[in-house]
Design a protein. Structure first.
Length: 163
């Protein structure tokens, strides 16, 4: 199989008609973005730098896949699949650079999108899209070490749509 046929089989041009309305939760992300990132490490240090994000329709428009790139920190992909049975999204993140894989459930929460799951250590994690506008958003990644009573910021990305 050539790369062209794989890309053609993976990519889609729009949401699947049978769930197009529900796909709107993440559809606004389709396209290219740049971000200013801050990653908060356990030792109290921070990494700040620019990154890129790409979102696209995949799997006959039944899913949205993205690639998040923060050079030297992570290079990963998310598969976001709407599940009509639970009226929510399955979120599967993989960063082969750091050998990190997570699974979450995503839903609208007011004007925000909140994804909840657990990390490899079994700690609750909360990833949120906030301050959502057509050309910008804020993404935060948090974890809880006390079963959701308090949350610790692990990452914050301020993204802008790329021209």
């Amino acid at each position: 199989m050539t790369a062209d046929t794989f890309i053609e089989a993976l990519s889609s041009t729009a949401a699947a008609a049978d769930r197009a309305d529900k796909m709107k939760l993440y559809a606004w992300l389709i396209g290219r973005w740049t971000m200013d990132a801050t990653v908060y490490r356990d030792d109290g240090t921070q990494h700040q730098g620019p990154g890129k994000i790409y979102f696209a329709w995949v799997l006959e428009g039944r899913a949205i896949q993205d690639v998040w790139i923060l050079p030297g920190v992570f290079y990963g992909t998310t598969l976001r699949v709407y599940d009509p049975g639970i009226d929510a999204w399955h979120i599967l993140w993989s960063d082969p650079m750091r050998q990190v894989c997570t699974r979450q459930i995503g839903r609208a929460q007011g004007d925000d999108i909140v994804q909840l799951g657990k990390n490899d250590a079994g700690e609750p994690v909360r990833w949120s899209f906030t301050a959502i506008k057509p050309d910008s958003f804020r993404w935060t990644g948090e974890r809880s070490r006390d079963n959701g009573n308090t949350w610790q910021m692990q990452a914050e990305f301020n993204a802008r749509r790329a021209q």
